[in-house]
Design a protein around this ligand. Sequence first.
Ligand code: B12
Ligand code: SF4
Length: 441
Amino acid sequence: MIDLAMVYPSRVKETTGEELLYSPLALAYLARHTPSHYRVTAHDEYVGADFDADHVRADVVAVSAITPGITRAYAIADRLRQRGIKTIVGGAHVSALPDEALQHFDSVCVGEGEGPWKQFLQDFEGGSVQPVYRGRMDVPLDGLRAPRRDLIHENYQYPSVMTSRGCPHGCSFCYLTVFQNRKYRTIPHDTVLWDLDSLRNPGIVIVTDENFIGYSVADVEDRKVLLERMIRRGYKFYWGCQASTKLASEPELMDLMYRAGCRAVFLGFEAIDEEGLAQINKGHNIGLDYQQVVARLHEHKLAVIASTIYGLDSHGADYPDKLIAALRRCKADFPRVFFATAWPGTPFFAELEKEGRVNRDWDQVRKDLPSIQFKNFSHEEAVAGRKRVLDAFFNIVNMSRTIARWAPRERSLVTTYVKMVVRNRIAEAMKSRRSYGPTVA
Ligand code: B12
Ligand code: SF4
């Protein structure tokens, strides 16, 4: 037997730090593609105990890291190197900066992992691993199979499920732009249904596809077939997903989503001003009537989680008030406000880097903290502005309004909404007490 340890590194425990704490899937997918002569142990520092690099019994260690966890990943790899244990890392951050990662890890996976992973294990057993493994993002997902859920930490509130991968758009802030030749691909329906069947009384499931509804007429038809099969299965859980605003013009699809258990959709509004949308290359939102989009989803009893970015160059000190007014007008149920963040490898990062405005202290690069230098305000002003928006929505008056909207029509949404608001309040209170070290602005 070969001992394989799989690790999600994080310096921050997320157990109460997220409104929606849903599980990562990367390592669970890779574990599914690991031969049976490996004994796999999973370690998740987001929600579980710290990984003990000094004493772990392992022949090889696989790490999946995002930007705010990367310095912890490097510390782990440095210690494992001293102990002579082979290491490999993958994920968005190292796909952007493989050379940085190779200063600490033996190998780095750039792009999608399943293909490179099998090659890495073969090379590892053959005694010579390569420094870089590249995974294409245009290969069919027919042989993907479902993630190994027995390796996902029990502290996650909600299971994540994927039914597709990829997005052909190129929004300049999005970490996906790091990956070359991205293509939208669906996971075979049988695999998705097998995966959903395996969940034990999940209550709520989060579908983490980039865009559940896809991009073409054929994609929408494919989704309808999947949804009809889900309806026939009669699942007892509710689910939420991310989708493009095009969903609002697909009444039949919305109806099927509702009947298949969908109750909330996360929509990337990003900005309410055209200049902001142009800066981030989100042209497909320009000219959209958000009010109409939300109204159409509400007609189909789908709540709207509206994701917005605060701190673009067009945003002045008055932006929080404009945002509050726009979100109120369109009746978004649950706003999310993220600071404009420069993820390495993205066009947004390249643009700001030229002006010396990015932050390379990776521990601080999180979208719930200010990290870049904003054009029109300081970090303190940005934090206060974001708080003003959240306070405008997560207060007793607004909560009562939202509950009154849904209680007569869809009671299932009310409990989840209240839980999310309570968690948001706790999370925000905790964040204001956390110390992340000095910031650049
Ligand atoms: C589930 C999730 C979470 C979960 C779990 C975290 C995690 N590790 O993913 C929770 C809720 C805890 C979370 C929290 C946060 N998250 Co999060 N999250 C996601 C989400 C929606 C899904 C991740 C996932 O499972 N994807 C599916 C898998 C299959 O894809 P994948 O991770 O890319 O993995 C593939 C390849 O990259 C590669 N690969 C990955 N790892 C490895 C390892 C090896 C060895 C190999 C060979 C290959 C390989 O192979 C995999 C399979 O093909 C992503 C968005 C997304 N759609 O990916 C954001 C995302 C990962 N999160 C992100 C962020 C910023 C955060 C937060 C910092 C948010 C915040 N509050 O500001 C927090 C803090 C986390 C922390 N403590 O540091 C960013 C990361 C950006 C970056 N450059 O790193 C993402 C990409 C979203 C975004 N664009 O903002 N998140
Ligand atoms: S932000 Fe959304 S639409 Fe834009 S590239 Fe990323 S996943 Fe695609």
